[in-house]
Design a protein. Sequence first.
Length: 346
Amino acid sequence: MTSPASICLLRTSAIGDVTHVVPLVRTLQTAWPQTRLTWIIGKLERRLVGDLPGIDFVTFNKGTGWPGMREVYRNLPSTGFDALLQMQVALRSNLLSLGIRASRRIGYDHARSKDLHGMVINERIPARSGEHVLDALGSFCEPLGLKQTQVRWDIPIPEEAHAWAAEKLPGDQRTLLVSPTSSHALRNWEVSRYAQVMDHAAAKGWRVVLVGGPSANERAMANAILSVVRRKPLDLTGKDTLKQLLAMLTRAHMLLTPDSGPMHMANAVGCKVLGLHAASNPDRSGPYSDRRWCVNKYDAAARKYLGKPASEIPWGAKIEKPGVMGLISVDSVVERFEACASFLDE
C-alpha cells in the first residue's frame, strides 16, 4: 500500500492509554517513515510522550470546552489529513473530531462504540473481544493495511531526569516503588494493607519508596499510609515529574500499584509490576508484557458482586463497587512479592 502523506491520531487521555498508543506510533513510523504524524493529546499526557521524535503534537486542554477545541483546530494543518485515527470514544473527543478534516475516519467497532462515536467515523477497526487495550489500539493501523507485530516503546527520558532519579535512588539496592492511588477511587487498596506489605519489603532489606502525583487525593493517601507504616519509606509523593518517575522506574525492581497510569509506565520500561486487580480485568488492562506478578481477584469480584463468573460478563466490564478491593489479601500480595523477588534472584 502507498504510504499516506499524513495521519492524525486522536487520543487525549489517560496516562496509561497514551502509553499504549506509543507502540502504534512506532509501527506507523517503521512502515511509513515519510508520513507526517500529528497527535492530539492532553496537556498532562504530553508531558510524558511529547518528546517522541517525528510527531507534531497538538495539545487539547480538556477543561476549556469549545475554546480549547477551537485552539486545536487552529494548530492543525489547513490541508487536513489522509486519515484520522479516532481512538477515544468519549463524547468530548467525538465532538472534537468533527472539526478535523480527514478523508478516512477510522474508529472502533460497533461493540466498543458509544457517545455518538459511529456518527463521526466512516471506517472501523476489526471487531474482536478478549483483547488487551494495547492490542485494540494497535489494531487501528489494520484498516490502513498494516499489522502491529512488534510492541516497542522507547519513550525518551532526559538525562536530567536520570540524574534526579540516581540522586534519589543511589546505588543498586533492591527498590520497591509504591504508587497507591488510582484516578478511580474504588480501585484503591486499603491503607493498612499497603502499610503491611511495605513493612514486609523493608524488613527484607528492600528500599521502599512512596510515589504519586501532586493531587490532594494522592497526598491524602500517602499521609494515611505514612501514619500507620512502621518502617518509614522515602516519600516522594508530588515531588517528581512524569519523566522523573519514568527514570525512577528504570532503576526500581518492582512497582506495587492498583490499575493506574504508573502501572503502564513501569511496564514500558521493564520494571516488574505487582498489580492489584479486583475492580478491573488484568487481561484487558493490566501490565501488557508480564502479568505474572499481579494479584487477580477479578473473577472473585464478578461472582460476589455480579453473581456470575468473569467469563460470563462483558469483556472489559469494570466492577468498581465499594469494598471490591478488599478481596485482595495482604498474604496474596506478599506471596507475589516473594515470587517476584525470587525470580529476580535467579
